[in-house]
Design a protein around this ligand. Structure first.
Ligand code: EPU
Length: 442
């Protein structure tokens, strides 16, 4: 089945949307839940393909999981962890599966986890994860595409990360929770999802200090100290930023609820510099509007609290019709510009050289047949299509389903003209016609 979105552009978005729980936090909480025997329950869980994959990974380890879509919760019974292997078929589909490595070594003293390999956006190595585990005393072998980690006991260590890697910081936090003595992670990632994981672990009975700064100290506790918990995940800042951008792109007006505005300070400041209005109306709700041509500006992606790489494609979609020349520099991934050639199909003028994209704003984008190449690029194309003249078709919607809960329904609640269709039963494409771009059934 190959699902696509059919989008008619230029509707000004108006209305309200509520942000779901953070994908990149929930997945790590799910991994953390196996540290303690018993039943943990996580709330504010989005209904996403990635959450399903993590459930499969945990079930493969012997845990029992249950998703309650009404309650937006996932229950994880980690009483029996009977298997230490996370298979390639899961880890290759979703890199976050690699986070069970730290938790498994801590709980079972041994883990065999497939190497995730690269992906569409870059090489995405795991050397910091491995070096950090070795520093904690694990013996690591790489065999047949799997990391085999073994440790009769883990001992606290001082670990310095060359880059503040989110995944490595999380994996090492998970491993160090029950290590003997103290572990210090220097140049640690500072993302809100790291803070949420530290809160999750501390609620379980761990002793993690300094999360949200560049130095995290984990004072090891006894395995028996850890208990299963109930925990509510933070809102998804990238999803929130995506809806903010969709409203700005269509020169609309809307309210975004269940948002922690201070998680989006950098992104919001860039939107305001572009010419958007962003106002706090409640502690967890903002009003976004824009009724003017956007200003061009420059963006460099950085680890948190800098401009998030996960909103880079989305920012580019906005800047394609800004007044003047913008430059976007992607400093985290080698290959996160796959949306450039898709945006060019819509008339965008973008010159890419290595990790820099020079964007000359055009008057208006035009609808086109588009292909999502990864999750955030897919969301960016939808935003571009919403602001474009005429019809667009966005293929490979499965990428978007990995990270955006009920994406088209939420956009519809803002007044977007977007429909999901199944290519096998209902085929559309965009063809230029006299008098403008139009839709044709083929
Ligand atoms: N890196 C290494 N060696 C390592 C680890 C990372 O060289 O051992 C490099 C990576 O290759 C990359 C950079 O460091 O170039 C940053 O990677 P990081 O480890 O910080 O990223 P991640 O943990 O793999 C998470 C998010 C990504 C988000 C990045 C950066 C999850 C599941 N994924 O990935 O989210 O882009 O942090 O903020 O938490 C997304 O949601 O679309 C997404 C890709």
């Amino acid at each position: 089945m190959s699902e696509k979105f059919k989008i008619n552009g230029v509707n000004q978005l108006k209305g309200e949307v509520t942000v779901s729980g953070a994908k990149n936090a929930v997945l790590k909480h799910m991994a953390a839940a196996i540290l303690a025997s018993g039943v943990s329950k996580i709330y504010n869980v989005p209904e996403l393909t990635d959450v399903c994959i993590m459930r499969q990974v945990l079930e493969g380890l012997g845990a029992k999981t249950e998703l309650n879509t009404t309650e937006k919760s996932v229950t994880i019974d980690a009483t029996d962890i009977t298997n230490i292997v996370a298979k390639y078929e899961y880890v290759s589909k979703m890199r976050a599966s690699f986070n069970v490595l730290g938790a498994l070594v801590a709980r079972c003293k041994e883990a065999i986890v497939a190497l995730p390999g690269g992906c569409a956006i870059g090489e995405r190595r795991v050397d910091f994860h491995i070096r950090g585990l070795e520093a904690l005393g694990a013996k690591i072998k790489i065999e047949n595409g799997y990391v085999h980690a073994k440790a009769s006991k883990l001992v606290g260590a001082d670990i310095y990360l060359d880059i503040p890697s989110v995944g490595a910081t999380e994996n090492l936090m998970l491993a160090a929770v029950t290590a003997q003595g103290s572990t210090t992670i220097q140049n640690a990632a500072q993302e809100p999802e790291i803070v949420d994981l530290a809160n999750f672990l501390n609620t379980m009975g761990a002793d993690v200090q300094g999360a949200g700064t560049s130095e995290i100290v984990i004072n090891g506790v006894k395995q028996e100290t850890l208990r299963p918990i109930e925990f509510t995940t933070i809102p998804d800042r990238i999803e929130a930023g995506t809806y903010m951008a969709a409203i700005v792109a269509t020169r609309g007006k809307g309210i975004i609820r269940n948002i922690y505005p201070n998680h989006l300070t950098f992104f919001t400041s860039k939107l305001i510099k572009m010419g958007a209005n962003v106002n706090l109306i409640e502690p967890t709700a903002i009003k976004v509007s824009c009724n003017r041509k956007l200003n061009a500006l420059n963006i460099v992606t950085q680890p948190y609290p800098g401009f998030p790489t996960d909103l880079q494609a989305i920012a580019m979609a906005l800047l394609t019709s800004a007044d003047g020349i913008s430059i976007i520099t992607e400093s985290l991934y080698e290959n996160r510009f796959m949306h450039v050639s898709e945006l060019a199909k819509m008339g965008a003028q973008i010159h890419q050289e290595r990790n820099n994209a020079l964007i000359t704003g055009v008057k208006k984008l035009q609808g086109a047949n588009l292909k999502a190449t990864d999750l955030r690029a897919g969301a960016a194309l939808v935003i571009a299509a919403l602001s474009a003249e005429g019809l667009s078709i966005v293929e490979n919607v499965y990428h978007i389903d990995r990270g955006y809960e009920h994406f088209e329904n939420k956009l519809k609640s803002l007044g977007a003209d977007i429909t999901r269709f199944d290519d096998e039963t209902d085929t559309f494409s965009v063809v230029p016609q006299k008098g403008g771009i139009n839709e044709s059934r083929i």
